[in-house]
Design a protein around this ligand. Structure first.
Ligand SMILES: [Fe+2]
Length: 302
């Protein structure tokens, strides 16, 4: 019998609590709360990882798949959080203040291109039909994500899940896949795809605006050679904040709005090192700061 039987949240719950990603008050709140990304090594042992990954399949999770074969399972992550609360609270400030836990499990046969983990505009607009903009529970913005690698499937003896690359750049807005100059063809995504970075407003890990002219600075050639499988121009203007091995048991903590990327395995080996990977990410919301909440309520005539 699984411990994860009682389902409380649905996958789209965060969208029922948040302001629109492009609202100036939301942008200001997110800017104030971003911070450097971190890795926590050996946070979940093998038994815990087994328990977590199997829980994806035991409740009323809503599975879907992308054209490239990625399976996404929107399962009950509240219970994962409740069970590992002490560990997660240790790495995310005020995680328990989040009114619900977003995120999903994923099983992927492919690396993930550059993207952020925020909300889709279309999905959000649909949720406004249930909970209108001026509903008093809408007083949050997305905060931190914790990404937990669960297992790596490979036919090699050595297990190498490659690396996760977290870029310095944060874009505060709707969920996007970043495909500068359309370098990667046939992207399978339900997210908006941006093909020109030059006009994007990026923020750094302290919430400072990064001047737009910096979006045109070529990516470090050595780092591209070492970590990135995507075409060189796709990472133009980006810089690496943190790169760490994608190892089951570790946990990455980063801003929802932070651009990130995973590769096909340690590049110097010269081949793809894994066939499939499973991970889960949990997304936590943060409440508006007091002054912003007052401003928001005034605007919404609450
Ligand atoms: Fe992601």
């Amino acid at each position: 019998m699984s411990i994860f039987l009682e389902r409380k949240c649905t996958w789209d719950d965060p969208g029922h609590y948040t302001l629109p990603m492009d609202h100036p008050i939301a942008i200001e709140n997110i800017k104030r709360h971003v911070s450097p990304s971190k890795i926590y090594h050996e946070m979940f042992n093998e038994d815990e990882r087994t328990e977590i990954w199997k829980s994806a399949f035991v409740d009323m999770g809503l599975p879907r798949y992308n054209r490239n074969g990625t399976v996404l399972i929107d399962s009950d992550l509240q219970q994962v959080y409740d069970r590992y609360k002490s560990k997660i609270d240790n790495c995310i400030n005020n995680a328990s203040d989040s009114p619900c836990i977003g995120g999903n499990y994923y099983i992927t046969p492919q690396q993930y291109g550059v993207h952020n983990d925020t909300m889709r505009r279309v999905g959000y607009n649909r949720m406004l039909e249930n909970i209108p903009l001026n509903h008093p529970q809408r007083k949050y913005t997305p905060g931190k994500v914790i990404l937990i690698p669960l297992w790596t499937g490979t036919h090699f003896d050595e297990i190498d899940g490659g690396q996760l690359v977290l870029f310095k750049q944060r874009e505060i807005g709707w969920a996007k896949v970043y495909n500068n100059k359309k370098e990667t063809k046939n992207i399978a995504s339900i997210y908006d795809i941006v093909t020109d970075y030059s006009a994007l407003q990026f923020y750094d890990e302290y919430g400072n605006e990064i001047p737009k002219e910096k979006n045109l600075i070529p990516f470090d050639k050595e780092l591209h050679k070492k970590y990135i499988n995507s075409p060189y121009n796709r990472v133009e203007g980006l810089s690496i904040e943190l790169v760490e091995d994608w190892v089951p048991g570790s946990a990455f903590v980063f801003d929802t709005v932070q651009l990130h990327y995973s590769n096909e395995g340690t590049k110097e080996k010269g081949y793809k090192t894994w066939n499939a990977k499973m991970g889960v990410f949990l997304l936590f919301l943060i409440e508006l700061d007091d002054d912003l909440l007052i401003e928001w309520r005034k605007e919404q005539k609450l």
